[in-house]
Write a protein that binds this ligand. Structure first.
Ligand code: AMP
Ligand code: ZN
Length: 134
């Protein structure tokens, strides 16, 4: 538990939230500023600032949970698709420094924006990146 972390307080139930699911490791809540109908957040109860601080076991469970809750949202709300979004660092759009996965149901023709302008994979970049994994 981090002193001033809003998601710690929500995950522990100190601050009330529209909770869709809860177990000993997670709370899943509706986002207060939804990108679309059904936009939900998976919050681990134990504080981790981001993906890189999250224990592997929790990371594994989180994706299984995303599949389950995302499936119920998609089916129940008759959505046409679903985005998982998970931001790490301010540069990546993270505004709350407590790991969370966004579940964003998508509807044909909606105006949700999870897109980028495709660039081009240059030879230099490609070599530099491949080298990291050799
Ligand atoms: P991110 O930009 O990935 O850090 O996402 C933070 C998300 O948390 C945003 O979609 C906010 O709308 C949402 N949010 C912030 N405070 C609350 C809150 N008290 N209850 C529910 N959702 C929240
Ligand atoms: Zn926290």
């Amino acid at each position: 538990m981090e002193e001033n972390c809003i998601f710690c307080k929500i995950a522990r139930g100190d601050i009330s939230s529209a909770t869709l699911y809860e177990d000993e490791d997670f709370r899943v809540i509706l986002d207060l500023g939804p990108a679309s109908k059904g936009h939900a957040l998976i919050l681990p109860k134990k504080h981790a600032a981001n993906l890189f601080e999250l224990p592997d076991e929790t990371a594994q469970k989180a994706l299984v949970l995303a599949k389950r809750i995302g499936g119920t949202l998609k089916e129940g709300l008759h959505a046409d698709g679903l985005n998982l979004v998970q931001n790490n660092g301010a540069a990546a759009g993270q505004t709350v420094d407590h790991f969370h996965i966004h579940l964003i149901p998508r509807y044909q023709g909606d105006t949700v924006n999870v897109k980028w302008q495709p660039g081009e994979l240059g030879e230099e970049d490609k070599e530099e990146i491949l080298k990291l994994f050799r």
